[in-house]
Ligand binder design. Structure first.
Ligand code: NAG
Ligand code: NAG
Length: 438
């Protein structure tokens, strides 16, 4: 008892030193105050809109050929992610989208957005080239099915390829890194069989934590985190150490109570594990954590990076390092992708109310601190991709998101005469300070 009491006092003491400060472990209170949200809809700037993804091809003959042989069916692709690249030399921004091969009719799964307007929206073209995609699973040196991408501060695009087409594993899941300044392949890592579960895993999200960022660093010391919601795990990839390991336990699991996802009155069922990944920034005086959540769960969770990044801590299967996980709080609803700004605000698009929420990671995660910043029941239906991008011209941060009305795709109610897919942008500070988006 003598030993325990001083320990408790130390933990509760408000003067507990800042360098030791971790997170407010916010044990959920039985009754949380309701989320407050503004009455007005706040608009985010619409950058791209599509009724349907408008694919470009190397030639009209190629388009006709893939339409004929079923490798392109305009009703098949579902876009899910956005990547934005601002060249450091001030050149024009480049925009990328992903359309994983959930079905057969997806001509390519990673594309850049052109400036050509088509009848369904802005035309896209295959990236890095059409040939990278055109084998449809036969050539594992290409890209089989890209779910999401992460563009780092060195202009490297981290591409996560699940290796599947229509849920059949054609190639091992892989991480492919392309240098955006030269469009050249600079790194490839095929997941070893111990890091995924064949026939079960589906890799859908990647976050590369750059531990040697520019201007001093070269973006070589990297840990990449891969979300595998169907095998309910996070895979840690130590790039310098050239190894990867799985993290799977009760915190990476979905909660059946959050298996029904309802957006704007339509619902779909998914029992998905980890989807959202973000790391807390350097420079806040906090022990760094990965903040993550399962798509089909209300819990927001964190794990310290020093624990996560040490393979030795994960050798005991489901029981590994359990006491290191922090339950930050509960949302009472699902949100999909998330991202953290430099100043430590975590952004996520909630399914209900249909809006963008932000939470200051230094405060308890609860209904008072998780604040609604933008509400739009039409344009923010299912934010499947969400990124924070630093603008080189003035160093300010922008929030970018991709919304895709996933509930309509599941329900079969998608109407291609309406705008279904949107890329939206807002200045992070403007959004946080309620100035709207300009
Ligand atoms: C636009 O999308 C519709 C619906 O999928 C499709 O039938 C049509 O072929 C598309 N048009 C072009 C030019 O891609
Ligand atoms: C990794 O963790 C193990 C056991 O938890 C510890 O003994 C070892 O020192 C750690 N390695 C590093 C590099 O921190």
């Amino acid at each position: 008892m003598r030993l325990i009491l001083p320990l408790i006092l130390l933990v509760l003491s408000p003067s507990f030193s800042l360098s030791q400060y971790q997170y407010n472990i916010n044990r959920p209170k039985p009754q949380l105050p309701p989320f407050k949200f503004p009455t007005q809809d706040k608009e985010l700037v619409r950058v791209f809109e599509w009724k349907n993804i408008q694919y470009g091809f190397p030639s009209e003959q190629e388009r006709q050929e893939v339409l004929r042989n079923g490798r392109y069916n305009p009703d098949s692709p579902i876009p899910i992610d956005i990547g934005v690249y601002y060249p450091q030399n001030g050149g024009p921004a480049r925009y990328f989208i992903t359309t994983p091969r959930f079905g057969q009719g997806v001509p390519y799964s990673l594309a850049y957005v052109t400036s050509i307007q088509g009848s369904n929206g802005t035309e896209v073209q295959a990236y890095p080239s059409y040939q990278w995609h055109s084998s449809h699973g036969r050539n594992c040196d290409g890209l089989t099915s890209v779910y999401r991408v992460h563009i780092d501060a060195c202009g490297q695009m981290w591409i996560l390829d699940s290796g599947e087409i229509e849920f059949v594993q054609h190639c091992a899941p892989q991480v492919v890194v392309i240098d955006l300044a030269t469009d050249q392949l600079i790194h490839r890592y095929r997941l070893p069989s111990a890091s995924f579960k064949a026939g079960v895993s589906r890799f859908v999200n990647i976050l590369a934590d750059i531990r040697d960022p520019p201007p001093q660093g070269q973006c070589k010391d990297v840990f990449a985190y891969l979300a595998d919601p169907t095998s309910k795990a996070i895979v840690v990839y130590d790039v310098l150490g050239q190894q990867s390991w799985r993290v799977e336990n009760k915190f990476t699991y979905p909660d059946a109570k959050f298996g029904t996802h309802t957006v704007a009155g339509e619902s779909f069922e998914l029992l998905d594990g980890p989807l959202a990944l973000a790391v807390t920034p350097f420079g806040l005086g906090l022990r760094r954590h990965l903040i993550f959540h399962a798509l089909s769960n209300e819990l927001e969770l964190a794990i310290p990076l020093d624990v996560l990044n040490n393979a030795t801590n994960w050798q005991k299967g489901l029981g590994s390092s359990l006491s290191e996980f922090v339950t930050l709080g509960r949302r009472g609803v699902q949100c999909a992708s998330h991202a953290i700004s430099r100043q430590g605000y975590l952004f996520c698009g909630f399914l209900n109310p249909i809006g963008i929420f932000a939470w200051d990671i230094r405060t308890p995660y609860n209904g008072q601190n998780v604040k609604l910043l933008a509400l739009n029941p039409e344009t923010l239906q299912f934010v499947s991709g969400l990124k924070i991008v630093s603008r080189p011209s003035d160093g300010r941060e922008e929030l970018w998101l991709f919304s895709n009305r996933l509930q309509k795709i599941f329900a079969g109610t998608i109407d291609y005469t309406e705008i279904n897919y949107r890329v939206l942008r807002c200045d992070v500070d403007d959004l946080l300070q309620g100035r709207g988006c300009f």
